[in-house]
Design a protein around this ligand. Structure first.
Ligand code: 13P
Length: 298
């Protein structure tokens, strides 16, 4: 059943768990995530990347994901990830998403707050004051759709050094948290605590001390982006720090791409057997989602 993101996450935290969120560029992956969630009896979140959402096909994908969430036997939320463009947000909400990460983290502090407030006001004017808003405080290094080795202190968007954001990546300033949450009215807060999008350069070094400091300053659930590459022994600690949502993308596609690379030749030889190849795609994504669901509810 489709559910409100904040209800799903708050309910999980009350049980001592966090909810995994998975980027879905396509319907096969989304089917796999929902299948794994149903098998585990737990809820999950389907994330739509902003570059996907900014296309007519992306809006149709969102409508399809909404239908999938409605039909699921466990709670499923559909969220637009890392949004900055008010028009894309309006379109995505009309297409069927009922939560949005309004990401002003690359903007100066006051502009970040203003972006979230403006989106909230625009959604209310659209008759959609019910849309759940996650906001982000602190710059996360790395590219959301293409994974290159990144250090939390890097501001390099990709391997070629193309910088996508002009703000330095940095830790969330815990001293800003209370003010930011109060003024934005955000229902969830994404934080930068040494996490990066994509691949970690070396071992991830999460700053649990900073996370702890943030957690005591707000009651709203925290969100950990860039979970690919963070060992399970670390992720299990998340819920105890009020991290109720954990985002995965890179590792999911690493698994799918490896299967496609390994299996395409044989499936071409087998009568251009795309149907069976999609079955393997589904199995890879489903196994990954099942592992994340199990880890976050340990
Ligand atoms: P990874 O690609 O590092 O798993 O990050 C996913 C994410 O945070 C999506 O918002």
């Amino acid at each position: 059943m489709r559910t409100q993101l904040d209800t799903l996450v708050t309910g999980a935290l009350q049980q001592g768990s966090a909810v995994p969120a998975f980027t879905c560029y396509d319907f096969t992956t989304a089917l796999a995530v929902v299948g794994a969630a149903e098998e585990s009896g737990r809820g999950a979140i389907l994330l739509v990347a902003p570059k996907t959402a900014a296309t007519p096909n992306g809006l149709r994908l969102i409508a399809a994901l909404r239908g999938l969430a409605d039909a699921a036997s466990v709670p499923i939320a559909v969220q637009l990830d890392h949004a900055t463009d008010p028009q894309v947000i309006a379109d995505v909400v009309s297409a069927g998403a009922d939560s949005v990460l309004v990401d002003g983290s690359s903007l100066p502090y006051e502009d970040n707050i203003a972006l979230v407030r403006n989106v909230r006001a625009a959604l209310a004017a659209q008759g959609r004051a019910d849309v759940v808003i996650e906001a982000e405080l602190g710059g996360l290094a790395g590219d959301e759709d293409r994974a290159f080795a990144t250090d939390a202190a890097d501001n390099a968007g990709d391997a070629a050094g193309n910088v996508e954001s002009d703000a330095p990546a940095g830790l969330t300033d815990s001293a800003q948290v209370e003010d930011f949450v109060a003024r934005t009215g955000a229902q969830l807060l994404a934080v930068a605590v040494g996490n990066v999008h994509g691949k970690y350069k070396g071992e991830p070094r999460l700053r649990w001390d900073v996370l702890q400091d943030i957690a005591v300053r707000t009651r709203i659930p925290l969100v950990l982006h860039g979970a690919s590459g963070i060992p399970a022994e670390e992720l299990v600690k998340a819920a105890a720090m009020n991290v109720g949502k954990v985002n995965f993308n890179t590792e999911l596609r690493t698994g799918v791409l490896a299967v496609l690379e390994e299996q395409t030749t044989a499936h071409r030889a087998d009568g251009e057997n795309l149907q069976a190849l999609l079955g393997l795609w589904n199995a890879s994504a489903r196994t990954f989602a099942a592992t994340a669901l199990a880890t976050l509810s340990r």
